[in-house]
Design a protein around this ligand. Structure first.
Ligand code: ADP
Length: 263
């Protein structure tokens, strides 16, 4: 890391020791009805602590994306509750929910989702532009230097590598200093080297900048970067692991596979 940490007047916001950045209680979601009925989430209760990097893992179709989308206020649910910080999402109307997503939640998607006609810098600052806010220069400089994008800021997404584009997307997710960043398979479209850079940056944003990150992944190597892994199976939270390593995560996933094939 080359840049100085943010000055005292711009501390990482919304961080209280041992605070909860987001939590679900008894969260359930069902798709379809009758023969096509699928219980995507079955009473999931999970908390994401401030200043922690959590990976959500589990086999394809176990409900990872649904959990992330519901926890991030992007999708509705049938029962239970979700809160971001101390705000209960069910108490918000559509406009308030839109504002909460814009101001307090950062998103990183597998497909980068950058605007092709904007420069890297314009993409990074887009959430602030949309909110009519001016970037905090020091915070922005810090993010840009951490992501190694300093000499790429005038480039359009099409002139950047996949890894660079995803680093722009991560900087964009962090620019408004959200309470929590949700990343859905952020390395799914990247080779292992570019993926490692993006994961390193996500981890640094937690360790160095005190951010909170929740990442959906199916990759044990990606989970290695997290502080904690929660495992889903058939829409239920079935296990969790602190200080994961790729090997331990892989072993745990094999054990789940063996159990589900045996049943
Ligand atoms: P994962 O992210 O772990 O692969 P998902 O959350 O995407 O799992 O899906 C959980 C379950 O819900 C799966 O059985 C999936 O087929 C189903 N599902 C997801 N989205 C929809 C949808 N829009 N309509 C119907 N079923 C869905």
């Amino acid at each position: 890391m080359t840049a100085d940490p943010p000055a005292p007047h711009t501390p990482p916001t919304l961080r209280t020791p041992a605070g909860i950045a987001a939590a679900t209680t008894g969260l359930s979601k069902v798709y379809g009805s009758g023969d096509t009925r699928v219980v995507a989430l079955d009473e999931v209760g999970v908390s994401f602590r401030e200043g922690e990097f959590t990976a959500i893992m589990g086999p394809s179709g176990c409900g990872k994306s649904t959990l992330m989308h519901c926890a991030a206020g992007l999708d509705s649910f049938d029962s239970g509750s979700v809160r971001i910080g101390t705000t209960e999402l069910s108490t918000l109307n559509d406009e308030q929910l839109t504002r909460l997503r814009r101001d307090r939640i950062g998103f990183v998607f597998q497909a980068f989702n950058l605007l092709p006609t904007l420069s890297a810098l314009e993409n990074i600052t887009l959430p602030l532009t949309l909110a009519g806010r001016t970037p905090d220069r020091q915070w922005l400089d810090h993010l840009v230097s951490m992501t190694g994008l300093t000499d790429r800021l005038g480039h359009r997404p099409g002139q950047l590598s996949g890894g660079q584009q995803q680093r722009v997307a991560v900087a964009r997710a962090l620019v408004s200093r959200p309470a929590i960043v949700f990343a859905d398979e952020p390395t799914g479209n990247l080779d292992s080297r570019a993926g490692a850079e993006v994961l390193g940056f996500l981890r640094e944003s937690v360790r160095e900048l005190g951010r909170t990150v929740v990442m959906v992944t199916h990759d044990p190597v990606a989970a290695d970067y997290a502080d904690r892994v929660v495992f889903l199976s058939d829409g239920r939270l079935v296990d969790e692991m602190a200080r994961p390593t790729a090997d331990r995560v892989l072993d745990r996933m094999k054990a789940f596979d063996a159990r589900s094939h045996a049943s």
